[in-house]
Write a protein that binds this ligand. Structure first.
Ligand SMILES: CC(C)(COP(=O)(O)OP(=O)(O)OC[C@H]1O[C@@H](n2cnc3c(N)ncnc32)[C@H](O)[C@@H]1OP(=O)(O)O)[C@@H](O)C(=O)NCCC(=O)NCCS
Length: 213
C-alpha cells in the first residue's frame, strides 16, 4: 500500500463527495451528520471560478519496492493507478480552494475583521485583490502525521497564480496542534487572530503568505 496524490476535477469531487466529507468530519471530529449539512456547500464550491482540489488515496502498488509509507505523485510513481482504481481507492485526505472574490461570504467576513482591526483601506484592497482561499485541508486520523497534509497543500498551491494564499483555522492554545505546526512550517503568518465568524462561537485565526510557496 502507498499513498497516491491525485488532482480532483469537479466531477471527481461529485463522485467522491461522501468520502471527502467523511474524511473532513472524522479529521475535525465533528458529529456524524455534519456531512449532510456541508454537502451542498462543497458542491457549490466546485462551481466557483478557479476551484482546484487534490486528494490522497490508499493504493496497492504493483511495485514491491515502493515503501508502504511512500507518498507518490503521478511523476514519481512507476505505474500510475488507473482511473478506475482511484475511483475505488480509500480516500485518506482532501484539500481544495478557489480564488477570493467580492460577494463571497468568507471574503466579506474577513474584510469586516480587517476593518475592525484598523487595517487601512489600501492594505485591505491589496490583500483582497488577488488571493487563493485554502478552504479545506483534512487528513483522515488514521493517516495523519505522515506528511500527507503538507504534500496536499504543496501540490494544491504549486501552480497558483494569485499573489497570496489565505486560510482560517480554529485558535488553539499555544498553537499546539498539527494544523498550526503545518501552517507555520509552510511560512503562514498572522493576518487576524481570535476572529469570530458570524454564527460560529469559536475564535479563528486568519493566516496568509505570499505565493509562490
Ligand atoms: C492538519 C492536517 C491537515 C495536517 O496533515 P498531516 O498529514 O497530519 O500532517 P503533515 O503533513 O503536516 O505531517 C507532518 C507530520 O508528519 C510527520 N512526518 C512523517 N513522515 C513525514 C514525511 N515524509 N514528510 C513530512 N512529514 C512527515 C512529521 O514529523 C510531522 O509530525 P508532527 O506534526 O507530529 O510534527 C491533519 O493533521 C488534519 O486533518 N488534522 C485535523 C483537521 C484539521 O485540523 N484540519 C485543518 C483545519 S483548518
Amino acid at each position: 500500500m502507498a499513498t497516491f496524490l491525485s488532482d480532483l476535477s469537479p466531477a471527481d469531487m461529485q463522485l467522491r463527495l461522501r468520502d471527502a466529507l467523511g474524511v473532513y468530519v472524522d479529521a475535525m471530529r465533528y458529529p456524524r451528520g455534519t456531512e449532510n449539512q456541508r454537502a451542498s456547500m462543497w458542491l457549490e464550491h466546485t462551481r466557483r471560478h478557479g476551484w482546484q482540489a487534490v486528494a490522497a488515496f490508499e493504493v496497492n502498488t504493483p511495485d514491491s519496492e515502493t515503501a508502504t509509507d511512500a507518498i507518490l505523485t503521478g511523476a514519481e510513481a512507476r505505474v500510475d493507478p488507473s482511473a478506475a482504481q482511484l475511483r475505488a481507492a480509500p480516500m485518506l485526505g482532501v484539500a481544495y480552494g478557489y480564488p477570493g472574490a467580492p460577494g463571497q461570504w468568507w471574503q466579506q467576513q474577513v474584510i469586516v475583521g480587517l476593518q475592525r482591526n484598523g487595517f487601512p483601506a489600501h492594505a485591505i484592497d491589496r490583500l483582497m485583490r488577488s488571493y487563493f482561499e485554502l478552504t479545506e485541508l483534512h487528513i483522515h486520523p488514521r493517516a495523519q502525521g505522515r506528511g500527507i497534509g503538507e504534500a496536499l497543500a504543496r501540490r494544491l498551491l504549486a501552480h497558483r497564480t494569485e499573489e497570496y494564499v489565505l486560510l482560517s483555522t480554529p485558535e488553539t492554545n499555544g498553537e499546539a496542534n498539527r494544523a498550526w505546526r503545518l501552517y507555520r512550517r509552510l511560512g503562514f503568518t498572522d493576518i487576524l487572530r481570535s476572529y469570530y465568524f458570524a454564527g460560529d462561537p469559536r475564535p479563528f485565526a486568519i493566516l496568509g503568505r505570499a505565493l509562490p510557496l
